[in-house]
Design a protein around this ligand. Sequence first.
Ligand code: AMP
Length: 418
Amino acid sequence: MSFASLGLIDQITRTLASLSYHTPTAVQSQAIPAVLAGRDVMAAAQTGTGKTAGFALPLLQRLVMDGTQVASNSARSLILVPTRELAEQVHESVRAYGAGLPLRTMVAYGGVSINPQMMRLRKGVDVLVATPGRLLDLQRQNAVRFNQVQTLVLDEADRMLDLGFSRDIDNVLALLPKRRQTLLFSATFSDPIRALATKLLDDPVSIEASPRNTTVTAIRQWIVPVDKKRKPDLFLHLLKRHGWPQVLAFVKTRKGVDQLVDLLDSKGIAADSIHGDKPQPARLRALDRFKAGEVRVLVATDVAARGLDIEELPVVVNVDLPIVAEDYVHRTGRTGRAGASGEAVSLVCADEVQQLAAIEALTQQTLQRKEEAGFEPEHRVPQTDPGGQIVKKPKKPKKPKGFTKDAPVVQEDVRFRR
Ligand code: AMP
């Protein structure tokens, strides 16, 4: 199947050829005709499936074909995303896919000065990629109006709800024209997402590009049981033993991220970090350095789990398991992208068995355990069964009274009291 056969115009198919996109992915072949036809879409598609082009290509084409001039301080389409990193990445893709098209695009997110964003909005934009909070700030300052919005995309909607954007999304929705096209993309479909879909979408085309709540199958996944305090050393050991050229490592806390980066630095391993405390320019710099290969290990909290698009990343290491099981799917989605194979390794301590069980239940698999010689845990990680339940160790039968080892002593005592 070709992109042209999906109804895309020459200008766009030529751009795709220059990007070496020859065949549409599953989500693209389903989403592109539906979006071009003006339908609402509800798509279960995780990162790595080519979902961005799935909504961006037909969106760009519709905006060009429609040809309406955008008014000042207006937007003709909105793409809402949960994180700054994803905003940058989606905008980069939109720009690449729309090369040569007469459309103005921009990205807006918090943590950076609002003034340049307000300036750019003066002339109006055809595509506005934004995080919900900053979008509302811009709207409140009259920098942007939504009456020209004809298409709304909610990308990684599940993540938006996880990050507490539910109210912001409602506030944005209240400001949009009732007649519009809405596209909802989500890696996972929980009940709150289904409720949002029911509220938002009108007779949507349902697309399921990957089985529900599964990790990308091309990824080899396993866990290494280890004691909590030995995780940093085990990470260094695995890095050396496997000779991984580049690793994205996830750590639970910002402090933990800094500690691991310091340890790697002290061993002469180039490392950088991405977490919520870092100003946006520093996060983007870290990501660019990683992408350019200047940094071997990028250590991140879950803030960064979404939206990183790094080609041919071979390995993701979960130094800590995520608190929310869905984040495991998002994290491992960083590797094995666009059909490339990858590895996802999780260092699991006894405290994390509940999280492990939840991940296994969600992804419907039992992760293979591989103990690492020299790192066998003192506190064993309880076994889990294929349903993601923790297997309780059978209790030792209670010894009947009177037959204990010290029974004779008791009898002596008794005699003594007499
Ligand atoms: P996404 O799921 O949108 O983040 O895309 C994942 C990766 O696949 C990105 O690096 C895209 O550039 C790439 N990609 C998307 N669609 C195609 C395609 N049809 N052919 C080749 N690469 C693609």
